[in-house]
Design a protein around this ligand. Structure first.
Ligand code: SD4
Length: 337
């Protein structure tokens, strides 16, 4: 745990207990009292993403504009090797990006395995707003982005290219999606860790929700591999009647369980966001842990009443919460192991 995170965890534990009622059985579809505008997102870099989203949401702006603005922050960060520019490439040294966006009315758009576009989340939004489709992939997604006047760029940084060359020496692919898991050399050149997705959920004062999810996917993946992040219902799902959910970790496992849809449906049945995340994670564990004891999957959920839940298989999953009270809180998620 970094000093910064230890400080945050210590100073915010009390706030978390006081402001995040995780285990209430209150139906999220019938929130008691005033609705609470709030932004939540995955991992440490979610703090900065939340702040950008709050700039819009806090002034009463559109919840969709807010989630897009939030997602663009890690996409632009040259030091972030798991989202957007500077992401780690695939096995062939090509940087391919996945992103999705959804609002609580069911409108959604996504791009998968898109290359050369710095802000896939904004292309996903254009897919949603300018086409009759939900998901564009690969060359077709790039073609559409260029038609929409997104600039074509070389996004692979020298640092990411160097990391890929290190990895090539052994060419060993062991998916490790937990940035805190040092087993596979997280954060080191050639290490497969340090590879996490931004999932961001927001609710406004009217209980309208939106979500965004953006990633460069698993490092050193096969070219053409698509993870959970651009798959509506897997990496992201949002419903104004209930709430939203997003995921991080090994995307194949999230796709296999339609994970974010599952979390939202469990909330619809009356589970709190925390209970819903726990049930979805445990379902994956029951089916898959025998095959991979290092497997990491985490879910983050937000009800339309502003309740937050988070749960992961392995320790180390962090999430950021931002609202009128405080814009930069970071929590360690509860985990199964
Ligand atoms: C994927 N879920 O592409 C993403 C990667 C990730 O933490 O979230 N890593 O499978």
């Amino acid at each position: 745990m970094t000093d910064r995170r230890r400080f945050l965890a210590a100073s915010l534990a009390a706030t978390a207990a006081a402001t995040l009622p995780r285990d209430t059985h209150a139906s999220p579809t019938k929130p008691a009292g005033r609705l609470r505008p709030r932004v939540v997102s995955t991992w440490d870099f979610g703090v900065a993403a939340n702040k950008a989203a709050w700039q819009i949401l806090g002034k009463g702006g559109s919840v969709l504009d807010a989630v897009e603005a939030g997602a663009r922050v890690p996409e632009a960060d040259p030091n972030n090797h798991s989202v957007g520019r500077a992401g780690y490439p695939d096995r062939d040294g090509r940087l391919t990006l996945d992103a999705s966006i959804m609002d609580g009315n069911g409108d959604c758009g996504a791009v998968a395995a898109i290359e050369h576009i710095a802000h896939p989340i904004s292309v996903a939004r254009r897919v949603m707003e300018k086409t009759p489709h939900v998901l564009l992939v690969g060359d077709g997604a790039l073609q559409f982005a260029l038609e929409q006047d997104f600039p074509k760029e070389d996004l692979l940084t020298p640092e990411s290219e160097q990391a890929w060359k290190e990895w090539l020496k052994k060419s060993e692919y062991k998916p490790s999606a937990n940035s805190e898991n040092k087993t596979y050399g997280a954060g080191k050149p050639g290490g497969a860790g340090n590879h996490d997705t931004l999932g961001l959920l927001a609710v406004d004062a009217q209980g309208r929700l939106a979500g965004a999810c953006t990633t460069s996917g698993m490092a050193w993946k096969l070219h053409g591999r698509v993870g959970d992040s651009p798959i509506i219902g897997a990496g992201l799902y949002v419903d104004n009647e209930v709430g939203g959910a997003t995921s991080t970790g090994v995307g194949e496992e999230v796709i296999r369980t339609a994970g974010s849809f599952l979390v939202v449906e469990l909330m619809r049945q009356g589970r709190s966001p925390q209970q819903a995340c726990e049930e979805a994670v445990k379902r994956i564990m029951r089916r898959r842990m025998k095959m991979d004891k290092d497997l990491q999957v985490g879910f983050l959920a937000l009800s339309r009443a502003g309740e937050v839940g988070a749960y992961a298989i392995q320790k180390g999953f962090t999430y950021a919460v931002c609202d009128a009270g405080k814009q930069d809180t970071l929590f360690d998620s509860v985990s199964a192991l």
